[in-house]
Design a protein around this ligand. Sequence first.
Ligand SMILES: [Zn+2]
Length: 261
Amino acid sequence: MSASGQTNSDPWTKLQHELDRWTASGETATFWWRDDDAVEETPQLHALDALSKEMKAPVSVAIIPAQLHASLPQFLQKRDNFIALQHGYSHRSYAAKGAKKIELGGERSTEEIQDELRTGRLQLLAALGEQFLPVLVPPWNRIESRIYYELVNAGFTGLSTMWARDSAYLLSGLLQVNTHLDPVNWRRDRGFIGEVSAIEQILRHLSARRLAGGDIAEPSGILTHHLSQNDEVWAFCRTLFEMLDRHPATRWLNAREIWAI
Ligand SMILES: [Zn+2]
């Protein structure tokens, strides 16, 4: 971003410098894009599609199986820039009173949760065929560890939550790849968190990957919510994607490449 009057502390300049360091060390900064809460064809889904095509950025939509409307698979199947993942089952919270919202845990038996996840997986597979990957995106990015084994039993090979992963494999056969930038301010007004905070999130992941001992293999994930985000968030995503597109160190990965399915 070269708008006049910006200083070295400008967040876009910082991102530019971080990516330049990737170029200097001969590494490729891989990115991926996850969009949550898809259920049906809407004008916002068309906006997501348009941005993805314009930026040549593949997008993985996390679909809520229990709310799936027939218009969604019809829309997705005509577009190879989309891959479908599973977003829990119903996106309902079963948290104990006063606890943080959680679908995959809380006050339910492990068995009940596994049954629903399996039902959801089969539903999405039937609706989307090979466009669907058995990768689970927990609602609110929250899942209790007692569910990990059940994911493998229910046929999942991937998991995606939020922030840098501790390890690539939570269990043998269950590859975790998370997202690292969420530009929506959920706690306040669901507006934009602002350029400084948003770029800080992605910079934190990029620099940790690059440094010695860092997990360079986990692509940096950008999370969007096409149904909830405002114009400011859309505009930020466009500016960010344009910058990534221009920089020689970057490359988009699609979920199929990430999970090698
Ligand atoms: Zn969600």
